[in-house]
Design a protein around this ligand. Sequence first.
Ligand SMILES: N[C@@H](CCC(=O)N[C@@H](CS)C(=O)NCC(=O)O)C(=O)O
Length: 225
Amino acid sequence: MPELKLFVAPNTCARVPTIALEEIGVSFETELIRTAAGQQTSPEFLAINPKGKVPTLLIDGAPLTENVAILRWLAASYPEAKLLPEPLDALEAARQTADLAFFAGTVHPVVTRIAMPMKMIPDAAQSFETVRPKGTEDMRKIMAMIDARLEDGPWWYGAEWSVVDGYLFWVWSRITGVGFDGSDFAHITRHFALSQERPAVQRAMAREARNIETLEAEGLYMAPR
Ligand SMILES: N[C@@H](CCC(=O)N[C@@H](CS)C(=O)NCC(=O)O)C(=O)O
């Protein structure tokens, strides 16, 4: 059993591998990165991940970065957890990678425009009036597509939950948490409610809540707005 440590920060996409690790049920530690204090760009953290991002997973002390790679590694290393469906062939495996890459490379940047618009242009006040509305418009098209996909089954791949559903759970909570109107997307709304019932999701959110408490006590919590 490798020793696993995941670097995380509340509300970030590090929630996705946290959920995956909780679904596996393996023992792991999380280490909080204080982004408001710029800890992600500290020399100590950059020595681990020069990109200065969470999630970063230490596997017996060796770092693995990028959600797609972390989730793929977890799925391959703990097959009994069924984080992804068993692929029939190389093409199906590639399509699963495409699904993860879609969330990491296409959906996540639009989440950032909605949830952290101030990162996109120098004028923070203006970012909420320009970047967020355009991000919201783009996200509605993405969500319409995802909602249609979920028509036939509760989860991304139908009857069985997968880490792609963990990704969608993070995206949905992040955008609705800052006012994205999800009322047109009944299947995603159902998906979110079902996700919240999963014990692994609840444990991941409890870990996050403890980290939020720590940051609040230190005056370093940036609440979503
Ligand atoms: N491509 C990376 C993106 C990771 C990423 O953007 N993480 C954000 C949080 S959601 C982060 O670490 N932000 C801190 C910063 O940029 O200062 C992945 O999918 O893992």
